[in-house]
Write a protein that binds this ligand. Structure first.
Ligand SMILES: [Zn+2]
Length: 160
């Protein structure tokens, strides 16, 4: 009769309305209700700082740090500008290469945020929530909601 009404962020499973009502009837329960944010809608701001609404969207989309195999929950992660924000762009009249916008933000735990900032590891978002990483040795990995897979099959040499 009742369809799924919510999602547990840790278990990543759907819960039924009667289960939610059961929790609400228990005085020990702390219930937080948040507006639904569509992870596929592009949100942006001209500022460098990430507004709560955009941060929440990234948390819901990524769920964990998006580094290959990392499982640290997104809520304990930083939000990274995938392409670095250029603080001088506006003053110098250039387009912002690394905007604070859904398509240019991802959850990275502090450790992997530093790794990305200070080592040759690179990544890009190929579609919402799907990331392709290139390691310092040139290996490539794809991280999506189902996990991480290596994708660095060598390209066949083109010798026609
Ligand atoms: Zn991580």
């Amino acid at each position: 009769m009742f369809g799924p009404t919510g999602r547990m962020e840790n278990g990543q499973r759907l819960v039924l309305l009667d289960q939610v009502m059961g929790w609400c009837g228990d005085s020990r329960t702390k219930v937080t209700i948040k507006p639904v944010i569509d992870p596929n809608v592009e949100l942006s701001t001209p500022a460098y700082e990430i507004p709560d609404r955009i941060r929440e969207q990234i948390m819901l989309r990524d769920r964990t740090c998006v580094f290959p195999w990392c499982t640290r929950p997104a809520r304990r992660c930083d939000v990274d500008h995938i392409v670095e924000f250029d603080h001088d762009a506006e003053a110098e009249g250039r387009p912002q290469p690394g905007p604070t916008a859904t398509h240019n933000l991802a959850a990275l735990c502090r450790y992997h945020h530093r790794l990305k900032t200070f080592t040759p590891w690179r990544y890009r978002m190929v579609e919402p929530g799907v990331f392709e990483w290139t390691s310092l040795h040139g290996h490539r990995y794809r991280r999506d909601r189902t996990g991480t897979t290596r994708i660095d099959e060598p390209e066949p040499p083109d010798r026609h």
